[in-house]
Design a protein around this ligand. Structure first.
Ligand SMILES: C[S@@+](CC[C@H](N)C(=O)[O-])C[C@H]1O[C@@H](n2cnc3c(N)ncnc32)[C@H](O)[C@@H]1O
Length: 199
């Protein structure tokens, strides 16, 4: 796992500023967690339907904030599965951990992780969630490429969408099933990848 200190050293100033801002936002988000969840829940439900997590899966949530979308997946992957809740702001990761304790999620692990430089093995997860995240990253295309790298290819038709040209190859995957079980779900209004260009 990359420590927050290592992340600071590796990153450009813009990334450091963004991380500091999100870190400062975290306590307020935690204070308003119930209202935030009620407002945004339909997007998470859509994403979870697209991702279709299976028992035993490992699901990664990027730029997770309080982690509520990942916690929905946690219920579906069961005790043999797990979710990895990540954000590059340590304060957000701490808030997500608190939230998990509060709602009784036990199969989640928490990491400070920069989605643009993931300290995760190639082909190490079955699905990726990223709600309202890619669009706010300094280099979303790089984050999409990293997303593709960490997804595990398995011989089974896709049951979700990867509406991301850098991730999905020259034609993009969109709603077309691909010969892979790798799944990534990003929220419909938020993906920077729909056009293939960072927005
Ligand atoms: C709008 S919030 C979304 C949080 C959560 N996904 C949700 O939908 O409530 C954006 C999140 O992206 C995180 N973030 C921004 N750039 C990131 C990066 N390069 N790697 C990881 N997290 C990042 C921020 O810390 C913040 O928690």
């Amino acid at each position: 796992m990359t420590s927050p200190g290592e992340i600071s050293r590796q990153h450009d100033p813009a990334s450091g500023r963004s991380r500091a801002i999100w870190g400062a936002v975290a306590p307020g988000w935690y204070a308003q967690r119930e209202e935030l969840w009620e407002t945004t829940r339909p997007v998470s439900e859509w994403m979870i339907r697209k991702l279709d997590p299976q028992l035993g899966d490992t699901v990664l949530e990027l730029a997770a904030g309080l982690g509520d979308t990942g916690f929905m997946a946690a219920r579906l992957v069961g005790e043999r599965g797990r979710v990895i809740i990540t954000d590059f702001a340590p304060e957000m990761v701490a808030a997500a951990r608190q939230r998990a304790e509060e709602i009784g999620v036990e199969n989640a692990e928490f990491r400070v992780l920069d989605a643009e430089r993931m300290d995760l093995g190639t082909g190490s997860v079955d699905g990726v969630l990223c709600r309202l995240g890619y669009m706010l990253m300094i280099d979303p295309a790089r984050a999409c490429a990293e997303t593709r790298r960490v997804l595990r290819p398995v011989r089974r038709p896709a049951s979700g969408a990867m509406p991301c040209r850098p991730c999905a190859g020259p034609s993009g995957a969109g709603s077309t099933p691909r010969p892979s079980r790798s799944r990534a779900a990003s929220s419909p209004p938020a993906s920077p990848c729909r056009s293939g260009r960072p927005s």
